[in-house]
Structures are given as structure tokens and as C-alpha cells.
Design a protein around this ligand. Structure first.
Ligand code: DER
Length: 231
């Protein structure tokens, strides 16, 4: 499908930024999976890289395809993380977490010299927030955590419904790290930095999907070609 072709094109453009010997962060989601697949072809042809996966799903795909894996304990930081996004704005701030991997994705991205985000036009927004904001919460005391999220949002003139992410069995989705995810439908986040700080200050919030000042490049695959925006 065209959507798939656009994901593959964005992934291919990111692959051009990979040099021999690089230590890579491997993102999560359908676009990042294309990057892992194309990277695996280059590894099979002799490219020497190691990758830190941002989810068990990406780890399994990388292992299946023969991409050598390592951990953030075994390397002294990463050269480049390639990952997808659910939204990006004009300052290259992101909403991520649609695939439920936002905690490991942010840890890996933050330990990388550069973060390249591979997207298509559907992810470009003027204001973040049309995509419900994923917030990872510990499973203890979620009533208090949700009250605190509502209060923090209200303090920023935001309101919206909060819903636990559910799995296919109708249970609360459990992340790779054993936490739950609350999706917050804020609709339009006019002050993403302020919301990010307010959410991070809440005791039961482990992480949230606002990636502020982390992306160094966004690659956008469109019908007229591939656009690259550097921050
Ligand atoms: O969950 C995530 O953060 C993913 O990277 C998501 O934001 C993008 O997934 P997609 O490439 O399947 O749209």
C-alpha cells in the first residue's frame, strides 16, 4: 500500500545516515520496523553496527533478522536513534507512545547523540494533541495518579478524557516494563513543554509521550518525495 511505501521510503532515508561502527537506538512501530528490516539487509551485506531495541517487539524482529543487539549498560551512549512518531510539530517536538513503548524509547533517545524521526505527512501537526497523549503510570494508586493528571492539565487550561489503554483481551495493556498506559485526549496542547514538566512531576507517572528537544531530524515521506527537517 502507499502508506507502507511511504514508511519504507522514510526508513531508507534514515538508513543513509548510518555509518559503519555506529551504535544505534532501534525504534518501535510500523515505520521503525521498516528501518530494522532495511538495516538488517545492510548488516547481511557486511555493515558493522549494534542496536539497542526500544521494545521487546523490536528486539524480537532484530534478532530474527540478524541485527546485533546490545544494551545501554554495555555501550557508552548511542550515536543515532531512529524511531517513528505519532505527531511532530514545527519545533520537532513529538507525541510518541502509540505503540506503547514510550518509556524505553525516551530512555534510548535521550542517551543518543542524535534522534532521527521517520514519518509521513499524516504525522505533521501545527499543535500537538490531536493524537491522545500516552502517559505511562505505575499500577499502584492510579486513582490518585489520574486525579493529579487532571489537576495538572487543568492548571494549564487543558481538559480531556483519560482512558486506560486496553489489550485485545479487554484487560489494561501492560507495557514491557510492567506498567499501564493512560491515553489523555487533550485535543490541542498549546504549551507542550509546560505540560511535559507538570506530568513528569506527578509521583505515579513514570513517563509520558511528549518528546521535547529530543528529535534532531524529522524525515517526512510524501507523495512528492522525502523531506528532511533538521533542528
Ligand atoms: O509508539 C511509538 O512511539 C511509535 O514510534 C509510534 O509513535 C509510531 O508508530 P508508527 O510508525 O507505526 O505510526
Amino acid at each position: 500500500t502507499t502508506a507502507d511505501a511511504l514508511k519504507r521510503e522514510a526508513a531508507a532515508a534514515a538508513l543513509e545516515m548510518v555509518a559503519n561502527g555506529m551504535r544505534l537506538g532501534l525504534g518501535t512501530g510500523s515505520t521503525a520496523s521498516w528501518f530494522v528490516r532495511l538495516l538488517a539487509e545492510r548488516v547481511a551485506a557486511g555493515l558493522e553496527v549494534v542496536g539497542v531495541p526500544t521494545s521487546e517487539a523490536t528486539a524480537a524482529l532484530a534478532r530474527e533478522l540478524g541485527v546485533p543487539l546490545t544494551t545501554l549498560d554495555d555501550v557508552d551512549g548511542l550515536d543515532l536513534t531512529v524511531d517513528g512518531a505519532d505527531e511532530f510539530d514545527g519545533e520537532l517536538n513529538l507525541v510518541k507512545g502509540g505503540g506503547g513503548a514510550l518509556l524505553r524509547e525516551k530512555i534510548v533517545a535521550a542517551d543518543s547523540a542524535r534522534m532521527v524521526v521517520i514519518t509521513d505527512e499524516s504525522k505533521r501537526v501545527e499543535w500537538l494533541g490531536a493524537f491522545p497523549l500516552p502517559i505511562e503510570v505505575v499500577t499502584f494508586g492510579t486513582g490518585a495518579t489520574l486525579r493529579a493528571i487532571r489537576a495538572a492539565a487543568a492548571g494549564l487550561d487543558l481538559s480531556g478524557s483519560l482512558a486506560f489503554r486496553m489489550d485485545s483481551n479487554g484487560n489494561r495493556r501492560v507495557t514491557d516494563q510492567g506498567n499501564w498506559i493512560v491515553d489523555a485526549s487533550f485535543r490541542q496542547i498549546s504549551a507542550p513543554k509546560a505540560l511535559a514538566s507538570a506530568l513528569s512531576a506527578i509521583p505515579g507517572v513514570v513517563e509520558h509521550g511528549l518528546f521535547i528537544d529530543l528529535a534532531s531530524t524529522v524525515i517526512i515521506a510524501g507523495r512528492t518525495g522525502v523531506e528532511r527537517i533538521d533542528r
